[in-house]
Design a protein around this ligand. Structure first.
Ligand code: TYD
Length: 148
């Protein structure tokens, strides 16, 4: 938990979360988008996972990460993400395979409004580690209470 004292939560900002435009290579028989380590994702990709088969009304997330950063891609369908740095929140809709959303560390996130058939691909900077999660919102508020 040393990294908490490294100031990640004091410095985290919703303004660092942003859409990244991918080149979408068209052809007569479809399109290709490519995401490469560091060239597109602003980190080295260590893991991918995807969310699918999401029941209507599902809410996901409800946590922050100490180190992990992500790119979220709506491969199919659409959903909203609410990002929260403890001081500001922002709701955005993720709905284009060629427009991943970069989610910085130290940000509380909630995902909702999944359309039917949504497939959300997540590219991450870290391997899965439950110790990297802050799942208690009160703790998150305490960690972000002093912003630099
Ligand atoms: P979580 O990250 O809380 O999902 P979301 O943010 O999409 O709601 O993970 C849900 C569960 O899945 C939790 O028990 C941890 C487990 N999990 C893994 O085992 N490996 C992984 O790579 C991920 C992302 C989750």
């Amino acid at each position: 938990m040393d990294s908490i004292s490294d100031g990640i939560f004091e410095r985290s900002s919703v303004d660092n979360c942003r859409f990244i435009e991918l080149d979408s290579l068209p052809s007569e028989n479809g399109r290709i988008c490519v995401a490469e380590n560091t060239a597109v994702a602003p980190f080295e990709i260590k893991r991918i996972y995807y969310l699918y088969d999401l029941p209507g009304g599902t809410e996901r997330g409800g946590h922050a990460h100490i180190a992990n950063r992500s790119l979220l891609v709506a491969l199919s369908g659409a959903f909203d993400i609410v990002v929260d740095d403890g001081h500001q929140t922002r709701r955005v809709t993720i709905n284009r395979p060629d427009r991943p959303f970069y989610l910085d560390r130290g940000i509380w996130r909630t995902l909702d409004n999944f359309s039917s058939g949504t497939v959300c691909l997540v590219l991450t900077s870290e391997k899965y580690d439950e110790n990297d999660y802050i799942r208690d919102y009160e703790e998150f508020k305490r960690l972000t209470s002093v912003k630099r």
